[in-house]
Design a protein around this ligand. Structure first.
Ligand SMILES: C[S@@+](CC[C@H](N)C(=O)[O-])C[C@H]1O[C@@H](n2cnc3c(N)ncnc32)[C@H](O)[C@@H]1O
Length: 176
């Protein structure tokens, strides 16, 4: 699927979504190989704190805790995704270093973050930016999958070629 078609499908998912907070993207998981690249690009180190804003099935949080030995927090609006991702974290024995908050990502505090990851729709992603501008400490990094923050300039971007799933990916790294 080309990027524009993907964007249309992605946007339709938001239009169809129901829920309490504002839905900033539908559930559309990042492939595991891309998750690894996001955390590498974000220079995540052992003991650092990371947040995934809209954590879906928890795959970014789980990899951050399991493979990168970080303290990882996801925020997810959808109750079923929150529950299933917390169940997975418990089953993997990661509950000391990983957790998911069931809530609106626009209503959380990210001031302790060393790294924030996002995979949210254009337009919607810019609703997060003022919050991160206010809360993030100096030197904190933000990695966005596929969509750019319109008022920030990325320090780096990385293209990831289609490896057979039918689409390529772009990652953007920002540093406060
Ligand atoms: C495109 S998915 C990304 C999931 C995961 N971060 C990944 O990359 O695999 C976006 C996720 O954000 C969640 N979401 C959308 N708006 C939200 C909000 N206001 N607060 C918390 N989660 C939200 C959706 O339910 C969905 O699971």
């Amino acid at each position: 699927m080309r990027k524009l078609a993907f964007l249309a499908v992605f946007a339709l998912g938001v239009a169809a979504a129901q829920g309490d907070g504002e839905k900033l993207a539908p559930y559309y998981p990042t492939p595991e190989t891309v998750v690894n690249k996001m955390l590498q690009l974000g220079e995540l180190k052992a003991g650092e704190k990371m947040f995934d804003l809209g954590s879906g099935d928890g795959r970014i949080v789980i990899m951050a805790a399991q493979r990168f030995h970080a303290e990882a927090v996801g925020v997810e609006l959808d109750k079923d995704l929150w529950k299933s991702s917390m169940d997975k974290i418990r089953k993997l024995g990661l509950d000391k270093t990983a957790r998911i908050v069931n809530g609106d990502l626009l209503k959380q505090n990210y001031s302790s973050a060393d790294l924030v990851t996002v995979y949210l729709l254009p337009g919607f992603i810019d609703k997060v930016q003022p919050l991160l501008d206010r809360q993030l400490k100096k030197g904190a990094r933000v990695v966005s999958h596929d969509f750019e923050f319109s008022n920030w300039t990325p320090e780096k971007s990385q293209n990831i070629a289609d490896d057979g799933e039918g689409r390529s990916h772009t990652l953007f790294l920002y540093r406060k």
